[in-house]
Design a protein around this ligand. Structure first.
Ligand SMILES: Cc1ncc(COP(=O)(O)O)c(C=O)c1O
Length: 458
């Protein structure tokens, strides 16, 4: 290597062996300089040149730690073991362990491909109207008082993450508080979004009770009661990530009561509508309850999970205000925020969703696909619990079937997680969260054996 570097090295050396090529790469040059110092002292020109090489604008940029869930997938991909399983990333898999393109999506995509009236012109900054209107109706319900009174509307965003970011950015500029509350635990991006949108306080409200493996409603209510007025509170509308534990209807009533008393601003994240119960309306009931109670609120919607459109980045920020005038003003400011970020949103996924939601027979077909996905998850929960019981794995595994949605918060410790990854090649998040959609009839025995071994050995 040194020899090769030196053979390309010409400009500042007297040695003939360095004169063979005029064409040397900058890296070769830097490498050569590193070694030439041991051969003879640097000339003035060499020192100058070395200084230039070392003066990268980026030389003080620290290496950021990788994003945990994507790092886990990368490790899984590198693993050559045939029994490997990825229970990390939150994406649906068929019972064959494959991604699923929903049949209704295929149908609409072929219609779009054949439709010569469609073009690739820019969408308006606020997005495709047929999409934002249908998405907002999906979250709030056709009979929503806010929609009937013309004080609710949508704004297209880059999937659920983009809708959250846009809404939180807006609240950071125009809201009455710089404090945002997230559940403990939560999807880690909630905290990152709050921080990047310049909220000065990112606080946690209690949510998960480790002992009961259920919702800590008293802790949650107490933390909300103690929150400063006007704080923003991010609430998972359904299928809480990572715990799979949602408040019951009476508990949502209690949460709403405390939030109204403290004038807290509800920001619902409803990324899993349809995945909790298989019923789109039931999964949006928390949001609709708050609207009925006349809160002003935001809802971030994602069509990654329920349409399987992960990489199309289809999202909507649904906005509910007191009156139409406020809605217009909020939407106008959202345009000012979106314009310098992504200018206008992508069309493809939004058109698929809009076409489906606005056509009764496609809509019915989509609802059927949602039931297929959610019922497969429910049956895999039952199967995994059954296997663990058959193995006499210590502990109660009822929480696997009590929890809902895509994830199960297993209660496995970080040490047990490492053990499972190393010995069984089953990849799961460090906090013990597993994606139930990636459990199949074929891999369930292997996963149960891994959990059993970890619980009994570590
Ligand atoms: C709780 C929660 N909110 C929002 C999202 C956003 O997903 P996307 O940006 O793909 O729509 C996710 C994705 O995993 C999530 O788990």
């Amino acid at each position: 290597m040194i020899k090769q570097s030196f053979s390309n090295f010409k400009m500042f050396s007297n040695s003939r062996s360095f004169e063979s090529s005029r064409d040397f790469a900058r890296t070769d040059y830097a490498h050569a300089l590193e070694h030439i110092t041991t051969v003879r002292p640097l000339t003035f020109h060499q020192k100058l040149q070395q200084k230039t090489v070392n003066m990268s604008v980026f030389k003080d940029v620290d290496m950021a730690p990788p994003v945990a869930v994507f790092n886990l997938t990368a490790r899984y991909k590198e693993d050559k073991d045939p029994a490997k399983v990825n229970l990390g990333v939150g994406a649906y898999r068929t019972d064959e362990g494959k991604p699923w393109v929903l049949p209704v999506v295929r149908t609409v995509e072929s219609q779009m491909a054949a439709d010569s009236t469609l073009d690739h012109e820019y969408l308006p900054i606020a997005g495709l109207k047929t999409f934002t209107e249908a998405a907002t109706r999906l979250a709030l319900g056709d009979d929503s008082p806010a929609l009937l009174q013309n004080r609710a509307g949508g704004f297209q965003a880059l999937s659920g993450t983009g809708a959250l970011r846009l809404g939180i950015d807006f609240l950071s500029r125009f809201g009455k508080s710089k404090t945002v509350y997230v559940s403990d635990p939560t999807w880690p991006n909630h905290m990152a979004i709050g921080r990047d949108a310049h909220f000065t306080e990112i606080k946690k409200y209690r949510y998960w009770d480790d002992k009961t493996k259920a919702l800590n409603i008293d802790g949650m209510l107490e933390d909300l009661r103690n929150a400063p007025e006007h704080s923003v509170v991010i609430l998972h509308g359904c299928a809480h990530n990572p715990t799979g534990v949602d408040p019951k209807k009476e508990q949502w009533e209690q949460i709403a009561e405390v939030m109204a008393a403290k004038k807290l601003f509800p920001f619902f994240d409803i990324a899993y509508q349809g995945f909790a119960t298989g019923d789109l309306d039931a999964d949006a009931s928390s949001v609709r309850l708050f609207v009925k109670k006349e809160f002003e609120l935001f809802v971030s919607q994602s069509f990654s999970k329920n349409f399987g459109l992960y990489n199309e980045r289809v999202g909507n920020l649904a906005i509910v205000t007191q009156d139409n005038d406020s809605l217009m003003r909020v939407q106008s400011q959202l345009e000012k925020l979106a314009r310098p970020m992504w200018s206008n949103p992508p069309n493809h996924g939004a058109r698929i969703v809009a076409t489906t939601l606005n056509n009764p027979s496609l809509f019915a077909e989509w609802k059927e696909a949602i039931r297929t996905m959610s019922s497969r998850v429910i049956s895999m929960r039952a199967l995994l619990k059954q296997k663990l019981k058959q193995l006499n794995t210590p502990g109660s595994w009822d929480h696997i079937t009590d929890q809902i949605g895509m994830f199960s918060y297993t209660g496995l410790t970080s040490k047990q997680v490492d053990f499972i990854i190393q010995k069984y090649h089953v990849y799961l998040m460090q906090d013990g969260r597993i994606n139930m959609c990636a459990v199949t009839n074929s891999n369930c025995d292997h996963i149960a054996a891994a959990i059993h071994d970890a619980v009994t050995s570590c």
